[in-house]
Design a protein around this ligand. Structure first.
Ligand SMILES: Cc1cc2nc3c(=O)[nH]c(=O)nc-3n(C[C@H](O)[C@H](O)[C@H](O)COP(=O)(O)OP(=O)(O)OC[C@H]3O[C@@H](n4cnc5c(N)ncnc54)[C@H](O)[C@@H]3O)c2cc1C
Length: 410
């Protein structure tokens, strides 16, 4: 008896101490919608939970900026009406946005042109799908060459189309609703996880400020963060998990919101406009968000990358000149400020949302990514379920349910 006691003492002394919380059932990495949904599910089951978040705020890729005098969602801005997340967030039911207006050289298309646009768009979509199937590594723009301005706008719209559609606007701001929804969840913000060690009796989360230990861990960091090896794992992730991470790269999408000092844009509230301007640019804009004086200009892919590299003031100038090209020069005098997202340079996002490689469905990779690692380490986040907010939410609930099975083994 005595000998066993002596042996046990140093072993206990060697156990790393938790710097933030003792006796946790589950620690969750990342306070985006996935991590917060996981935490809320576990809290509802009476479990002791801590979310560890690198940023100084919760919400991840949902964040509402209000500095321009109107709610500007820098990340996700729409919700699937009637979805579990929309209900939980208490989002008011709102009509789906109307199909966007299309302008070429300052003039909106007439009815005939719209009909032709729809046909051209369907034909181009077919050609793009064929390119993806036959030559997945080739950018469809190298093969599918638009013959006229209408085709150019249609091609750009197709290539920019995000995976989430049929979503209602959220006038209050998705980010603000998420922050309110999860206000009671215990989150340790400003705490970057660098390593997760599941080789010990408790799973250990290592951060520069100390360790957190829990019986199970849920990782919700974006797949771009995992691909950059920003979080180490012991034992290391298996080859199929690493392959799945590599097969789900992050698409890039940014927004520039421009505030205006008066009613300088003559358009209905929340009007979506796609325009080929006289300067030869295809621009995508949301005019007068929530009926406020301003506009939101969207940028994708290489253009977004360039904007981020040029810095915030250049992005503001780009946003203003986009609005001027569409709505006229008088608008310049009403400029009251601009705010731009930079999701690509954001080391805690490394892009906007995960996508499958061209020509691939990505479903198998998402399933592999979602599989537990080493029994007590679970994976959630949009990349494990469809790339959008609804997927992030249901993945958090799913991972929490998986973690509960480990806790039940006590
Ligand atoms: C511009 C843009 C527009 C979008 N529009 C829509 C839309 O209209 N509809 C829609 O459904 N979806 C949209 N999305 C996608 C949607 O925002 C995401 O799918 C969703 O928010 C992802 O949630 P998540 O919890 O999986 O990840 P995240 O929200 O990214 O949460 C992960 C968390 O992990 C944290 N983290 C990262 N690394 C570490 C670390 N080392 N240690 C600790 N914490 C870490 C991050 O800071 C973050 O808070 C949009 C995204 C963008 C960028």
């Amino acid at each position: 008896m005595r000998r066993r006691g002596l042996l046990a003492a140093p072993a206990l002394a060697l156990l790393p101490r938790s710097a933030f919380a003792a006796d946790l059932d589950v620690a969750i990495v990342g306070a985006g919608v996935a991590g917060l949904a996981a935490a809320k599910t576990l809290i509802a089951k009476g479990k002791r939970v801590l979310v560890v978040e690198a940023r100084n705020r919760i919400g991840g890729r949902t964040f509402t900026d209000t500095s321009l005098g109107f709610p500007f969602d820098m990340g996700a801005a729409g919700l699937v009406p009637g979805s579990a997340l929309a209900r939980e967030l208490g989002a008011k039911a709102a009509p789906l946005p109307l199909a966007g207006a299309i302008l070429v050289n300052g003039k909106e298309l007439n009815r005939e042109d719209y009909e032709r646009y729809d046909k051209v768009s369907a034909e181009l979509a077919r050609k793009i799908a064929e390119v993806h199937k036959l030559a997945p590594d080739i950018d469809p723009r190298q093969v599918v060459v638009p013959k006229d301005p209408l085709e150019r706008v249609a091609l750009t719209e197709l290539l920019w189309r995000p995976p989430f559609q049929g979503e209602q606007d959220v006038p209050e701001g998705v980010g603000l609703l998420v922050a309110r929804w999860a206000a009671h969840v215990p989150v340790k913000t400003g705490t970057r996880v660098v390593r997760i060690d599941s080789t010990e009796p408790l799973v250990r989360i290592v951060t520069p400020g100390g360790d957190v230990q829990a019986r199970a861990v849920i990782v919700t960091a974006p797949v771009g963060v995992l691909a950059a090896n920003a979080i180490g794992f012991a034992p290391p992730l298996k080859a199929d998990k690493r392959a799945a991470i590599a097969a789900l790269p992050m698409a890039l999408s940014d927004k520039v919101a421009v505030g205006l000092s008066g009613h300088a844009i003559d358009a209905p509230a929340d009007a979506r406009v796609m325009a080929l301007t006289q300067q030869g640019r295809v621009l995508q804009v949301i005019a007068r968000p929530g009926g406020r004086n301003g506009g939101i200009v969207l940028a994708q892919g290489d253009e977004a990358r360039q904007l981020e590299a040029n810095g915030p003031s250049a992005a503001g100038a780009w946003g203003l000149s986009a609005l001027v090209e569409i709505f006229g020069k008088t608008l310049r005098a009403a400029f009251a400020g601009a705010v731009a997202s930079r999701w690509g340079l954001d080391v805690y996002a490394r892009g906007a949302w995960s996508v499958a490689r061209p020509g691939q469905a990505g479903e198998r990779d998402r399933i592999v990514l979602a599989q537990p690692h080493d029994g007590r380490l679970f994976f959630a986040g949009e990349a494990t379920e469809g790339g959008d907010l609804a997927g992030a939410h249901s993945s958090g609930v799913r991972a929490a349910t998986e973690a509960l099975t480990v806790l039940a083994r006590r």
